[in-house]
Write a protein that binds this ligand. Sequence first.
Ligand SMILES: Cc1ncc(COP(=O)(O)O)c(C=O)c1O
Length: 307
Amino acid sequence: MDNDKRLIWLGGKLIPVNEAKINVLSPTSQFGANVFEGIRCYWNEDKQQLYAFRLADHYKRLQNSIKIFRMKSPYTDEDFLKGLVDVVKANGYKEDIQVRQTVFIDGLGGTWSSCEPVNMFIAPIPRGRTLIEGKKGLRCQVSSWERISDRNLSPRAKVGANYINSRMAHLEAQQNGYDTAILLNDNGKVAEGPGSCFFMVRDNTLVTPPCTASVLESITRDTIIRIARDLLNIKTVERDIDRTELYICDEAFLCGSAMEITQVINIDGYPVADGECGQITKRLFDTYYEVLTGKHAEYSEWLTPIY
Ligand SMILES: Cc1ncc(COP(=O)(O)O)c(C=O)c1O
């Protein structure tokens, strides 16, 4: 489908994307007063079905973000689900997509402290899968920018304004010739990527920062910990990670709904192992895709059929 012709859900109506407008003076436009989710839906050719991945968990986090930022939202989880299903069906997608579901402070009289009126848009975006084969992997720089913390702007909430911190780190890394950044938190320990969580492998064990280390409570992070434990018998330790551990780890990857699992091959100029995708990362990647595409019945409650 022509991207310009797709329909967006805005305030309860299905509108052509180019006609979906928000007032320039709204607090979302002026101050980043919005919370959102990026939800993956995977097309299953055999079943001729599109499956949204871990929708209930995305909606739980969206409600948490709304609560943290004191937004007076009228939306229930059922409203979230109905809007998503309606807009995807209206567009008739039969391919992998990502859905951006954003709850925002609307209106033209508001300020940065306004709690209402709350509005929502739901925008499907066609998006293919990340391929691990033939992909070189990421070269990362430990950022000179510190990750926001729960003492200032909580990384636990998925609020639009948080991404300015991500932006600074990512663009600095690219300016310096890297693909992206790894941010340290206010304790000088590894936090996360600009839009992703971080894992490394040391001595056949997965290691990732705890959810209190200035990271988003990531759904992919949780998925990886669970499938590593239940399907691959690989243990994950959630603990602080020192910067120099990045230079001596056996494998590393960034993960998130958008980037799925993407191997990191170099950090600050130090090659990660031999600079190729590691075995544990590859096994996790393959298993992750099996789960997303419904090949493991024990995780079927994570998949919501759209049609
Ligand atoms: C800062 C940050 N961390 C982690 C993630 C990964 O979260 P999830 O796996 O829920 O997509 C994202 C993705 O949106 C993110 O923006």
